[in-house]
Design a protein around this ligand. Sequence first.
Ligand SMILES: [Zn+2]
Length: 283
Amino acid sequence: MEYVVSDLTSIEKRVLERELGMSDGYVLNFTDQSFADFFQDFGVEINNPKYSANGTSKAKRMRSFWQIDDNTLVLQALEIIVKHWQELQRYNSSSLAPSTAFIQILQRLREQKQVAKKVEIANSGISRDNERVFMEEAISQARLCKSELGRISPKVGAVIVKDGLIVASAYRGEVNPGEHAEFTLLEKKLKHEILTGSTLFTTLEPCIARNPPKIPCADRIIERRIGRVVIGILDPNPKITGRGFRQLQGHGIEVGIFDHDLANVIEELNREFTREQETTQSH
Ligand SMILES: [Zn+2]
């Protein structure tokens, strides 16, 4: 795992200080022994002198910990504390519970860890084996879609990868309701980025027809000179199934498909939409 020195902001530190009751040198209700044991659980020797450079109180060592160590370790510490709180709540209806601000710190660190993991995988060699990560990322994006008012809309996620790294990702309706994932990605997020030769992972076959003045996503993909498109599932509307695929291929773009099991996940995610489209006559 890439080493990322803890980058807690001063506001985040203040939240932690408050939540962990660190005003008088204490940290929660830890004794010296339970404090040491707590850190031992994830391999940190908190009695190491390097944590006592600014003082030996538990609070001071805690501050040194998140100053010296990386985000992965800080995240582990916070995860254990939250689990501990949850157990207390379950067994003796304690009022101890993390605040929203605390949870937000946790989420930020979790996301950062995921990104670091992806970068690590991508850096370990740009091979087709790594592409599953990008397919999975596109699916995670698709899951973020909310259904639009009064209709069953598809859940679509898209990811642009260049030189083995994710440049950006987007999902349908992320910026405005109904906006296609590829549109949000290419026109809203990466309008000024050079995408020549990059790879687009999209959970749904790109569209080829839209009511003017809207431009079909396939045209945008061609225009941006994307080199390769990897598609999750074909458009379920029988009138247009496969046409996006063929149009991209016809313009010299290499077109691939998601791993079979991941395609099944997308099918499942869009079951209602697919059922409706299969029986519809209009697009
Ligand atoms: Zn589209």
